[in-house]
Design a binder for this molecule. Structure first.
Ligand code: A3P
Length: 325
Protein backbone atom coordinates (compact mmCIF):
# COMPACT_ATOMS: atom_id res chain seq x y z
CA UNK A 1 0.00 0.00 0.00
CA UNK A 2 2.72 2.22 1.03
CA UNK A 3 4.57 1.48 -2.23
CA UNK A 4 1.45 1.92 -4.31
CA UNK A 5 0.73 5.26 -2.69
CA UNK A 6 4.28 6.41 -3.32
CA UNK A 7 4.32 5.76 -7.08
CA UNK A 8 1.85 8.45 -8.20
CA UNK A 9 3.63 10.89 -5.88
CA UNK A 10 6.94 10.39 -7.72
CA UNK A 11 5.18 10.54 -11.11
CA UNK A 12 3.49 13.86 -10.19
CA UNK A 13 6.80 15.30 -9.12
CA UNK A 14 8.49 14.25 -12.35
CA UNK A 15 5.60 15.65 -14.40
CA UNK A 16 5.88 19.00 -12.70
CA UNK A 17 9.65 19.02 -13.29
CA UNK A 18 9.23 18.20 -17.00
CA UNK A 19 6.57 20.92 -17.45
CA UNK A 20 8.73 23.36 -15.57
CA UNK A 21 11.78 22.47 -17.73
CA UNK A 22 9.74 22.65 -20.89
CA UNK A 23 8.50 26.13 -19.90
CA UNK A 24 12.06 27.17 -19.12
CA UNK A 25 13.31 25.99 -22.54
CA UNK A 26 10.47 27.78 -24.33
CA UNK A 27 11.15 30.98 -22.38
CA UNK A 28 14.88 30.73 -23.16
CA UNK A 29 14.12 30.16 -26.83
CA UNK A 30 11.87 33.19 -26.90
CA UNK A 31 14.45 35.38 -25.21
CA UNK A 32 17.10 34.11 -27.63
CA UNK A 33 14.98 34.90 -30.67
CA UNK A 34 14.22 38.38 -29.27
CA UNK A 35 17.93 39.07 -28.69
CA UNK A 36 18.86 37.91 -32.20
CA UNK A 37 16.10 40.04 -33.77
CA UNK A 38 17.07 43.13 -31.76
CA UNK A 39 20.75 42.70 -32.61
CA UNK A 40 19.97 42.27 -36.32
CA UNK A 41 17.82 45.41 -36.41
CA UNK A 42 20.52 47.35 -34.55
CA UNK A 43 23.23 46.10 -36.88
CA UNK A 44 21.33 46.98 -40.07
CA UNK A 45 20.33 50.42 -38.75
CA UNK A 46 23.88 51.13 -37.63
CA UNK A 47 25.29 50.11 -41.03
CA UNK A 48 22.82 52.33 -42.82
CA UNK A 49 23.32 55.32 -40.54
CA UNK A 50 27.11 54.99 -40.75
CA UNK A 51 26.91 54.87 -44.51
CA UNK A 52 24.47 57.74 -44.72
CA UNK A 53 26.76 59.72 -42.47
CA UNK A 54 29.92 59.06 -44.41
CA UNK A 55 28.45 59.16 -47.88
CA UNK A 56 25.32 61.20 -47.33
CA UNK A 57 23.59 58.95 -49.79
CA UNK A 58 21.95 55.98 -48.18
CA UNK A 59 19.11 55.63 -50.65
CA UNK A 60 17.27 53.59 -48.05
CA UNK A 61 14.98 51.73 -48.48
CA UNK A 62 15.36 51.51 -52.28
CA UNK A 63 17.88 49.35 -54.13
CA UNK A 64 20.88 50.73 -52.24
CA UNK A 65 20.27 48.68 -49.15
CA UNK A 66 18.50 45.79 -50.74
CA UNK A 67 19.79 42.92 -48.66
CA UNK A 68 18.89 40.43 -51.37
CA UNK A 69 21.30 42.25 -53.67
CA UNK A 70 24.59 40.71 -52.64
CA UNK A 71 26.64 41.70 -55.71
CA UNK A 72 27.30 45.10 -54.16
CA UNK A 73 30.95 45.97 -53.84
CA UNK A 74 33.35 48.87 -54.17
CA UNK A 75 34.17 49.50 -57.80
CA UNK A 76 36.70 51.83 -59.40
CA UNK A 77 35.01 54.76 -61.17
CA UNK A 78 33.78 54.65 -64.74
CA UNK A 79 33.57 58.43 -64.82
CA UNK A 80 35.43 61.26 -63.06
CA UNK A 81 34.49 64.90 -62.54
CA UNK A 82 38.04 66.24 -62.97
CA UNK A 83 37.30 69.89 -62.18
CA UNK A 84 37.25 72.78 -62.35
CA UNK A 85 37.23 73.59 -58.64
CA UNK A 86 34.82 76.36 -57.62
CA UNK A 87 32.91 76.03 -60.88
CA UNK A 88 30.06 73.90 -59.48
CA UNK A 89 31.62 70.44 -59.16
CA UNK A 90 29.94 69.80 -55.79
CA UNK A 91 26.49 70.70 -57.12
CA UNK A 92 27.03 68.44 -60.13
CA UNK A 93 28.05 65.50 -57.96
CA UNK A 94 25.02 65.81 -55.71
CA UNK A 95 22.65 66.26 -58.63
CA UNK A 96 24.02 63.19 -60.41
CA UNK A 97 23.54 61.19 -57.26
CA UNK A 98 19.79 61.64 -57.76
CA UNK A 99 19.99 59.16 -60.63
CA UNK A 100 19.25 55.60 -59.43
CA UNK A 101 21.96 54.17 -61.71
CA UNK A 102 24.64 56.51 -60.40
CA UNK A 103 26.54 56.35 -57.16
CA UNK A 104 29.11 58.98 -56.30
CA UNK A 105 32.03 58.99 -53.86
CA UNK A 106 31.51 61.50 -51.08
CA UNK A 107 35.19 62.27 -50.54
CA UNK A 108 37.43 63.83 -53.16
CA UNK A 109 40.27 61.35 -53.69
CA UNK A 110 42.41 63.67 -55.88
CA UNK A 111 44.21 60.40 -56.52
CA UNK A 112 45.63 61.10 -59.98
CA UNK A 113 46.95 64.45 -58.81
CA UNK A 114 48.25 64.52 -55.22
CA UNK A 115 47.64 61.05 -53.80
CA UNK A 116 48.89 58.74 -56.54
CA UNK A 117 51.50 57.17 -54.27
CA UNK A 118 48.68 55.94 -51.98
CA UNK A 119 47.99 53.22 -54.55
CA UNK A 120 44.88 51.77 -56.15
CA UNK A 121 43.72 49.84 -53.06
CA UNK A 122 43.47 53.14 -51.20
CA UNK A 123 41.69 54.73 -54.16
CA UNK A 124 39.18 51.88 -54.31
CA UNK A 125 38.57 52.06 -50.58
CA UNK A 126 37.13 55.57 -51.10
CA UNK A 127 34.57 54.34 -53.60
CA UNK A 128 31.03 53.65 -52.44
CA UNK A 129 29.39 50.24 -52.66
CA UNK A 130 27.59 49.87 -55.95
CA UNK A 131 25.43 47.32 -57.71
CA UNK A 132 26.46 45.80 -61.02
CA UNK A 133 24.43 48.13 -63.24
CA UNK A 134 25.38 51.34 -61.42
CA UNK A 135 27.98 53.84 -62.61
CA UNK A 136 30.49 54.90 -59.98
CA UNK A 137 31.53 58.53 -60.25
CA UNK A 138 34.09 60.40 -58.20
CA UNK A 139 35.01 64.07 -58.28
CA UNK A 140 38.57 65.26 -57.88
CA UNK A 141 38.67 68.91 -58.75
CA UNK A 142 42.45 69.22 -58.50
CA UNK A 143 42.96 66.78 -61.38
CA UNK A 144 42.13 69.29 -64.10
CA UNK A 145 45.14 71.57 -63.59
CA UNK A 146 47.63 68.91 -62.44
CA UNK A 147 50.51 68.15 -64.83
CA UNK A 148 50.55 64.37 -64.37
CA UNK A 149 46.84 63.68 -63.85
CA UNK A 150 45.95 63.18 -67.56
CA UNK A 151 48.69 60.58 -68.22
CA UNK A 152 47.96 58.71 -65.00
CA UNK A 153 44.22 58.69 -65.68
CA UNK A 154 44.82 57.38 -69.19
CA UNK A 155 47.07 54.60 -67.84
CA UNK A 156 44.28 53.64 -65.42
CA UNK A 157 41.48 53.56 -67.99
CA UNK A 158 41.80 54.94 -71.50
CA UNK A 159 38.01 54.81 -72.06
CA UNK A 160 36.97 56.56 -68.86
CA UNK A 161 34.39 59.33 -69.24
CA UNK A 162 35.61 62.70 -68.03
CA UNK A 163 33.47 65.62 -66.92
CA UNK A 164 34.64 69.23 -66.57
CA UNK A 165 32.53 72.03 -65.13
CA UNK A 166 33.56 75.52 -66.23
CA UNK A 167 32.56 78.97 -65.09
CA UNK A 168 33.58 82.52 -66.03
CA UNK A 169 37.30 82.26 -65.15
CA UNK A 170 37.71 85.51 -63.17
CA UNK A 171 34.71 84.84 -60.91
CA UNK A 172 36.02 81.32 -60.45
CA UNK A 173 39.42 82.64 -59.39
CA UNK A 174 37.82 85.03 -56.88
CA UNK A 175 35.69 82.21 -55.49
CA UNK A 176 38.87 80.15 -55.10
CA UNK A 177 40.63 83.06 -53.38
CA UNK A 178 37.63 83.60 -51.04
CA UNK A 179 37.85 79.97 -49.98
CA UNK A 180 41.59 80.26 -49.30
CA UNK A 181 41.09 83.35 -47.15
CA UNK A 182 38.24 81.75 -45.20
CA UNK A 183 40.41 78.66 -44.61
CA UNK A 184 43.30 80.88 -43.45
CA UNK A 185 45.44 79.84 -46.38
CA UNK A 186 45.99 83.33 -47.74
CA UNK A 187 46.72 86.60 -45.99
CA UNK A 188 47.75 88.64 -49.01
CA UNK A 189 45.35 90.78 -50.96
CA UNK A 190 44.05 89.21 -54.17
CA UNK A 191 45.82 91.71 -56.43
CA UNK A 192 49.12 91.22 -54.60
CA UNK A 193 49.10 87.52 -55.54
CA UNK A 194 47.55 87.83 -58.96
CA UNK A 195 49.99 90.38 -60.40
CA UNK A 196 53.74 90.06 -60.43
CA UNK A 197 54.81 93.07 -58.35
CA UNK A 198 57.92 93.72 -60.52
CA UNK A 199 56.55 93.32 -64.03
CA UNK A 200 52.85 93.96 -63.34
CA UNK A 201 52.08 90.85 -65.46
CA UNK A 202 49.45 88.34 -64.42
CA UNK A 203 50.93 85.53 -62.40
CA UNK A 204 49.58 82.49 -64.23
CA UNK A 205 51.18 80.14 -61.75
CA UNK A 206 49.21 81.58 -58.83
CA UNK A 207 47.14 78.76 -57.33
CA UNK A 208 43.87 80.68 -57.77
CA UNK A 209 44.63 81.53 -61.40
CA UNK A 210 46.07 78.25 -62.74
CA UNK A 211 42.77 76.27 -62.73
CA UNK A 212 41.10 79.09 -64.71
CA UNK A 213 43.51 78.62 -67.64
CA UNK A 214 41.00 76.32 -69.29
CA UNK A 215 42.64 76.14 -72.71
CA UNK A 216 46.10 75.28 -71.36
CA UNK A 217 44.79 72.72 -68.88
CA UNK A 218 42.44 71.01 -71.31
CA UNK A 219 45.20 70.79 -73.92
CA UNK A 220 47.06 68.47 -71.57
CA UNK A 221 44.04 66.14 -71.34
CA UNK A 222 43.49 66.24 -75.08
CA UNK A 223 46.94 64.74 -75.58
CA UNK A 224 45.48 61.52 -74.19
CA UNK A 225 41.70 61.65 -74.59
CA UNK A 226 39.54 62.57 -77.60
CA UNK A 227 37.20 65.52 -77.05
CA UNK A 228 34.12 63.31 -77.28
CA UNK A 229 35.30 61.53 -74.12
CA UNK A 230 35.25 64.82 -72.20
CA UNK A 231 31.93 66.44 -71.37
CA UNK A 232 31.94 70.16 -70.60
CA UNK A 233 29.27 71.37 -68.17
CA UNK A 234 28.26 75.03 -68.28
CA UNK A 235 28.64 76.03 -64.61
CA UNK A 236 26.56 79.20 -65.05
CA UNK A 237 23.67 77.22 -66.53
CA UNK A 238 24.07 74.59 -63.81
CA UNK A 239 23.11 77.35 -61.36
CA UNK A 240 20.22 78.70 -63.44
CA UNK A 241 18.87 75.47 -64.84
CA UNK A 242 20.40 72.38 -63.25
CA UNK A 243 17.89 70.05 -64.90
CA UNK A 244 19.13 71.00 -68.38
CA UNK A 245 22.77 70.32 -67.50
CA UNK A 246 22.02 67.01 -65.78
CA UNK A 247 19.97 65.92 -68.80
CA UNK A 248 23.06 66.42 -70.98
CA UNK A 249 25.31 64.53 -68.56
CA UNK A 250 22.83 61.62 -68.49
CA UNK A 251 23.11 61.49 -72.25
CA UNK A 252 26.92 61.64 -72.16
CA UNK A 253 27.04 58.76 -69.67
CA UNK A 254 24.60 56.70 -71.72
CA UNK A 255 22.01 56.76 -68.94
CA UNK A 256 18.25 56.89 -69.32
CA UNK A 257 16.75 60.24 -68.29
CA UNK A 258 15.59 59.58 -64.77
CA UNK A 259 16.40 62.77 -62.88
CA UNK A 260 13.23 64.84 -63.01
CA UNK A 261 12.80 68.61 -63.29
CA UNK A 262 10.63 68.64 -60.13
CA UNK A 263 13.57 67.31 -58.12
CA UNK A 264 15.21 70.74 -58.32
CA UNK A 265 13.70 73.24 -55.95
CA UNK A 266 14.80 76.86 -56.00
CA UNK A 267 15.64 78.21 -52.56
CA UNK A 268 15.15 81.98 -52.61
CA UNK A 269 17.07 82.50 -49.35
CA UNK A 270 20.12 80.66 -50.64
CA UNK A 271 19.68 81.94 -54.17
CA UNK A 272 20.42 78.48 -55.56
CA UNK A 273 18.66 75.30 -56.47
CA UNK A 274 18.39 72.62 -53.84
CA UNK A 275 17.42 69.05 -54.65
CA UNK A 276 14.71 66.67 -53.58
CA UNK A 277 15.71 63.17 -52.54
CA UNK A 278 12.92 60.70 -51.67
CA UNK A 279 11.11 63.01 -49.23
CA UNK A 280 13.47 65.74 -48.07
CA UNK A 281 14.85 68.78 -49.87
CA UNK A 282 18.60 69.13 -49.38
CA UNK A 283 20.75 72.14 -50.16
CA UNK A 284 24.49 72.30 -50.63
CA UNK A 285 26.51 73.38 -47.61
CA UNK A 286 27.00 77.08 -46.83
CA UNK A 287 30.51 77.04 -48.31
CA UNK A 288 28.89 76.60 -51.73
CA UNK A 289 27.29 79.74 -53.08
CA UNK A 290 28.71 82.23 -50.63
CA UNK A 291 29.56 85.91 -50.78
CA UNK A 292 32.91 86.61 -52.40
CA UNK A 293 35.62 88.82 -50.98
CA UNK A 294 35.27 92.21 -52.64
CA UNK A 295 37.86 92.73 -55.36
CA UNK A 296 38.51 96.12 -56.90
CA UNK A 297 36.55 96.57 -60.15
CA UNK A 298 39.68 97.79 -61.95
CA UNK A 299 41.53 94.59 -60.96
CA UNK A 300 38.62 92.50 -62.23
CA UNK A 301 38.48 94.40 -65.51
CA UNK A 302 42.22 93.92 -66.04
CA UNK A 303 41.93 90.22 -65.38
CA UNK A 304 38.96 89.90 -67.72
CA UNK A 305 40.93 91.62 -70.49
CA UNK A 306 43.73 89.13 -69.91
CA UNK A 307 41.38 86.15 -70.07
CA UNK A 308 39.44 87.26 -73.16
CA UNK A 309 41.85 85.82 -75.79
CA UNK A 310 42.43 82.72 -73.65
CA UNK A 311 38.69 82.13 -73.50
CA UNK A 312 38.49 82.44 -77.28
CA UNK A 313 41.13 79.74 -77.60
CA UNK A 314 39.15 77.55 -75.23
CA UNK A 315 35.86 78.05 -77.15
CA UNK A 316 37.62 77.08 -80.37
CA UNK A 317 39.18 74.06 -78.68
CA UNK A 318 35.82 72.69 -77.49
CA UNK A 319 33.66 73.96 -80.37
CA UNK A 320 31.28 75.68 -77.98
CA UNK A 321 30.90 79.25 -76.63
CA UNK A 322 29.83 80.64 -73.27
CA UNK A 323 28.69 84.15 -72.51
CA UNK A 324 31.51 85.28 -70.22
CA UNK A 325 31.57 88.91 -71.31
P1 A3P B 1 30.50 80.32 -55.10
O1 A3P B 1 30.59 79.88 -53.70
O2 A3P B 1 31.65 81.10 -55.58
O3 A3P B 1 29.20 80.96 -55.47
P2 A3P B 1 32.62 73.76 -56.29
O4 A3P B 1 31.60 72.82 -55.77
O5 A3P B 1 33.27 73.28 -57.55
O6 A3P B 1 33.58 74.18 -55.25
O7 A3P B 1 31.84 75.07 -56.77
C1 A3P B 1 31.21 75.93 -55.86
C2 A3P B 1 30.27 76.78 -56.67
O8 A3P B 1 29.15 76.01 -57.08
C3 A3P B 1 29.68 77.93 -55.91
O9 A3P B 1 30.58 79.00 -56.02
C4 A3P B 1 28.35 78.17 -56.63
O10 A3P B 1 28.37 79.29 -57.44
C5 A3P B 1 28.21 76.95 -57.53
N1 A3P B 1 26.90 76.30 -57.49
C6 A3P B 1 26.26 75.83 -58.58
N2 A3P B 1 25.08 75.33 -58.25
C7 A3P B 1 24.96 75.47 -56.91
C8 A3P B 1 23.93 75.12 -55.99
N3 A3P B 1 22.81 74.54 -56.40
N4 A3P B 1 24.13 75.41 -54.67
C9 A3P B 1 25.28 76.01 -54.28
N5 A3P B 1 26.28 76.36 -55.11
C10 A3P B 1 26.13 76.10 -56.43
Amino acid sequence: MEDEAHVPLIADDMKSQVTCCHRKVTRLKLIGICVICTLSVLFITKACIARRWSERTCKFPSSEYNLANDNRKRRLPQSIIIGVKKAGTGALRHFLDLHPDVITASKEPNFFSFRYENGFDWYKSLMPYSSEGQITIEKSSNNFHHEQAPGRTFAFNSTIKLIVVVREPVERAISDYTQRVINNRSRRKFEESVFNFRTGEINREYICIRPSLYHTNLKRWLKYFPLNQIHIVDGENLKRNPYEEIYKVEEFLGLSHQVRREQFVFNATKGFFCFRTSSVVECLRENKGRQHIVVDEEVKARLKRHFRPLNELFFKQIGQRFDWS
